[in-house]
Write a protein that binds this ligand. Structure first.
Ligand code: SAM
Length: 254
């Protein structure tokens, strides 16, 4: 879990910047109905958990994540939610304990996604949903970073190539293999604002996630060259700018 230990501030300014809008889009797509109970698997600092609590009530939602510093943030974000340390592959809940089980930006990080989705299905009565960034395409913040990295280093570990389950076909196949029914995929497109280029760049230097780990592994000169290449790819912005990000959504009925 080393990728996620760089802290919640770095996370909030990296992909977390898109989290509120993505959580709202994910909750809309899942078709939540008041009265349902929902579990957020890999809840991280709790942004989707908070969205679920707003829609269903905090006592109706639970979260689970293996990364302790994130759980403290999740508990603070939704004090009355049922938040546990744990992994998707072994969920600490009874069968059919929830109506809907969601995971946001998580299946691509699971050690064993087949077991994780099977467990999500075991504890769900109505539906299992997920969304994963379109790393190879229109997740612009990361795409600009990796395209710049590839320009300088053809062996850069581009998440568009290394990440599993980041296309609609792969997600649908994973859901089908778990025995989920009526599997459907969709695009969730959100956006986020940046004060300036430095606001975009700083989270990469914090070592967070695969992009931060790569950035931290470079010597100073290579990191400066990567920074310049990112700046150019974003159109050399001199002030505030907005980027869009697409995630692929999948849902299956239990
Ligand atoms: C990119 S973060 C997403 C966090 C949150 N869902 C969100 O949308 O902001 C990935 C999360 O997956 C968690 N994670 C990694 N492996 C996991 C696993 N096997 N089971 C459950 N969560 C896992 C990490 O601890 C981290 O919180």
């Amino acid at each position: 879990m080393g990728h996620f230990t760089a802290g919640t501030e770095a996370y909030a300014r990296h992909v977390g910047r898109y989290g509120g809008a993505l959580s709202a889009a994910h909750a809309d797509a899942a078709g939540l109905v008041v009265g349902e109970r929902a579990l957020d698997v890999g809840c991280g600092p709790g942004v989707l958990l908070a969205e679920l609590a707003r829609r269903l009530g905090a006592s109706q939602v639970a979260g689970v994540d293996p990364t302790e510093p994130f759980l403290a943030a999740a508990r603070a974000a939704v004090p009355n939610a049922d938040v546990h340390v744990g992994s998707a592959e072994r969920l600490p809940f009874d069968a059919d304990a929830f109506d809907v089980v969601l995971s946001q930006l998580v299946v691509n990080f699971m050690d064993d996604a087949e077991s994780g989705v099977a467990e999500m299905q075991r504890v769900a009565r109505r539906a299992v949903t997920s969304c994963v960034w379109d790393y190879a395409g229109e997740m612009t913040m990361l795409r600009a970073f990796w395209d710049a990295a590839l320009e300088l280093d053809p062996d850069a570990p581009d998440e568009g190539r290394t990440m599993p389950f980041c296309t609609p076909d792969e997600l649908a196949a994973l859901w089908d293999r778990a025995g989920l029914r009526e599997v459907r995929t969709d695009a969730l497109v959100v956006s986020a604002g940046y004060a300036d280029f430095e606001d975009y760049w700083w989270p990469f230097t914090s070592g967070l996630g695969p992009s931060g780990a790569y950035c931290a592994s470079l010597h100073d000169g290579a990191r400066a060259a990567l920074r310049d290449a990112c700046f150019r790819r974003l159109g050399s912005p001199s002030g505030p700018f907005t980027l869009t990000a697409r995630a692929w959504f999948v849902q299956g009925a239990v």
